[in-house]
Design a protein around this ligand. Structure first.
Ligand code: ADP
Ligand code: UVW
Ligand code: MG
Length: 598
């Protein structure tokens, strides 16, 4: 499934093309990543992944959006299945990826006054895409969706009931980004999200802090609109609402005039004369006091939110930096973290200044032994948007029925050359007696005896062809009979396995390689494709046709072009399930979910 993604921000247009597995969440392949920013009368910067930044003609977001089709054509990218759009404000109506039809677009348009820098740009991209690709579904993914889990105490303003009834409440934005970096941090820390209290700082042109406890957003610094909270490029962030009356009385400004200035003429631009943090930092470095104050204020506000959210969550396990400033400005990260030592948060200067984010890395930059982890990671809004849309498109389709034969592997051995020589005589060739279902595999006419400290098992099958290493596969019950502690392993994983003695017609052979084979599925590439399963997945298989019906979890899938689809279990497992004769099993549920928990 190929998804084209538009992410129109307040100062940039980002776009991406992703190829996603069509039947389950797998690894998305990013075909192109483009950013157009730093718009001005002379054009903008254009950055395509893998290419140097260069100048381009678009002077604003609308012109940038119009240039995207030509950039895609030049990259040879077409054949999209859907176009996905970041929509900043979705109110409380849009909880997940949603098809943008006349009705939903009308609802989004109605929210435009609450995100005047964003929703119009988002909608312009939708309109252009509708004209260019009239037959493709257009999807929206909403910044606000992730924060819909915020509790009432975080979303409610203490204002008259009539206002609240009219829809005045806190929403929060950048949700797609906060959700992504939280997951990314959990992965990097190898800790389940449910066990983490995180603060995510998305510091781009727009900036917000998000408190994430147990994987859910519990508070966000942005409110009814993307004006509240942190200092931003051209937005004020928190102000005293008393300023409306003050400015009206003192300067005769109307509410819309004040609001417009808070969106467009405030923030870094108001304090330092420029809205782009790179330029603010450059000015500050030359001794410009206004720029220095801007940086100080920016860091101070962010630091206060980190402290507030640590208090809101009753503690903090990790702080995550993302967005253009969070990803790139080591000095801003330093300033924000300075003074948070009382929380157990301390940066390592060397780590902080040598952050390398290539390949979607999420380096940790806290000092050794610090209680709070600090991470930096690139946000991946486009990737998240593509994945959410692909998931929604998949959910809209019926799930394929995934039934497969279940074969019971009785105890057997795979021999190497040295074993055959020792057991049956030098140069001896085994006699293929019976073909197995997997192409090229057979059971030999010859048999061996297994001997352990406690007992022997006779007439044990030999499966060909020869292997580079001898491997002896028994059930757990067999291993008790032998008096050996055979570990449960996938075939081929025989390091450190116990020694066992084999007897053949001419001699004995001592070897390591005794295992209880972990249950697994051999799967043809075609079935894997149709079923949305990938090599290495762990799935659940339900055996519902047997008297003792059983669901096996942790079943490893091994995909190969040569494989015939078939699940292999051992005799203990077969007995537990009450298998008599040929049976089938069914791969259960959403493989993607099984995989995440696998
Ligand atoms: N190397 C850098 N040092 C400091 N700030 C940077 C650097 N690179 C980008 N930024 C800042 O990141 C901000 C843009 O962030 P980005 O996330 O791309 O914006 P948007 O909110 O439009 O998505 C700008 O303020 C820019 O100056
Ligand atoms: C909501 C918001 O502020 O978005 P951006 O950072 O893209 O401007
Ligand atoms: Mg952004």
């Amino acid at each position: 499934m190929r998804v084209l993604v538009f992410n129109a921000g307040s100062s940039s247009l980002k776009f991406g093309v992703f190829d996603l597995p069509s039947t389950a969440l797998g690894d998305a392949q990013e075909r192109v990543r483009g950013t157009l920013d730093r718009f001005g009368p002379e054009g903008c910067d254009l950055k395509l992944l893998g290419q140097a930044r260069r100048r381009a003609e678009p002077r604003d977001l609308a012109e940038a959006t119009a240039l995207v089709p030509a950039l895609l054509a030049k990259a040879g990218l077409d054949g999209f299945d859907a176009v996905a759009h970041r929509i900043a404000h979705g109110g409380d109506r849009f909880e997940r990826a949603t098809v943008l039809d006349d009705l939903t677009l009308k609802q989004i348009r109605a929210l435009t006054p609450l995100a005047p820098l964003h929703n119009p740009a988002n909608l312009a991209a939708v309109k252009m895409a509708q004209q260019l690709w009239p037959d493709l579904p257009q999807w929206g993914v909403f910044d606000t969706a992730f924060h819909l889990t915020n509790p009432a105490r975080a979303t409610t303003y203490a204002v008259p009931e009539a206002w609240r009834k009219a829809g005045l409440r806190r929403y929060g934005f950048h949700g797609t980004s906060h959700k992504y970096v939280a997951q990314r941090a959990a992965d990097a820390l190898q800790t389940p999200l449910r066990d983490l209290r995180l603060v995510s700082l998305h510091l781009g042109n727009g900036a917000s802090a998000c408190a994430i406890a147990g994987g859910q957003s519990v508070d966000s610094s942005m409110g009814l609109t993307p004006l509240e909270g942190l200092v931003m490029g051209t937005r004020s962030g928190d102000v005293d609402p008393g300023l409306f009356g003050f400015l009206h009385r003192q300067m005769g400004l109307s509410a819309p005039e004040v609001e417009d200035a808070l969106y467009r003429d405030s923030g870094l631009l108001a304090l330092a004369g420029v809205s782009d943090m790179r330029e603010v930092e450059a000015r500050a470095a030359t001794g410009d006091h206004a720029a220095q104050l801007a940086i100080n204020l920016y860091a101070y506000r962010a630091r206060k939110y980190v402290g507030a959210y640590a208090a809101a969550m009753g503690g903090l396990d990790a702080l995550v930096f993302t967005g253009g400033i969070g990803e790139n400005s080591a000095s801003m990260r330093r300033r924000i973290c300075d003074g948070l030592e009382f929380l157990g948060l301390k940066l390592d200067d060397d780590r902080n200044t040598t952050v390398d984010l290539r390949g979607r890395a999420a380096p940790q930059i806290q000092a050794y032994g610090a209680r709070v982890n600090v991470l930096v990671t690139q946000t991946a809004e486009q990737l998240m948007i593509a994945q959410e849309v692909a998931e929604a498109m998949r959910a809209a389709r019926p799930m394929p029925i995934r039934r497969l034969p279940v074969a019971v592997s009785a105890r057997h051995v795979h021999l190497d050359r040295a074993a055959v020589d020792a057991l049956f005589g030098p140069g001896y060739e085994l006699t293929p007696a019976r073909p197995l279902r997997q192409k090229g595999h057979w059971a030999a006419a010859e048999r061996v005896t297994l001997e352990g400290p406690k007992g022997r098992l006779e007439h044990v099958a030999i499966l060909g062809p020869l292997r580079p290493h001898t491997q002896v596969e028994v059930s757990r019950t067999d291993s008790f009979a032998l008096g050996l502690d055979a570990p449960v392993r996938q075939s081929g994983d025989i390091s450190g396995t116990p020694r066992i003695r084999l007897h053949g017609t001419v001699g004995a052979y001592d070897t390591t390689g005794l295992i209880v084979a972990a249950r697994h599925i051999h799967m043809s590439s075609e079935d894997a494709r149709n079923w949305g399963v990938s090599n290495g997945d762990m799935v659940d298989v339900c055996l519902d046709q047997t008297a003792r019906g059983l669901t096996f979890t942790h079943v490893l899938v091994r995909v190969s072009d040569k494989a015939t689809t078939e699940m292999h279990i051992d005799t203990d497992e077969a007995n537990a399930a009450g298998i008599v004769g040929a049976v089938e099993g069914e791969i259960m549920g959403d493989v993607a979910i099984t995989r995440r928990h696998g």
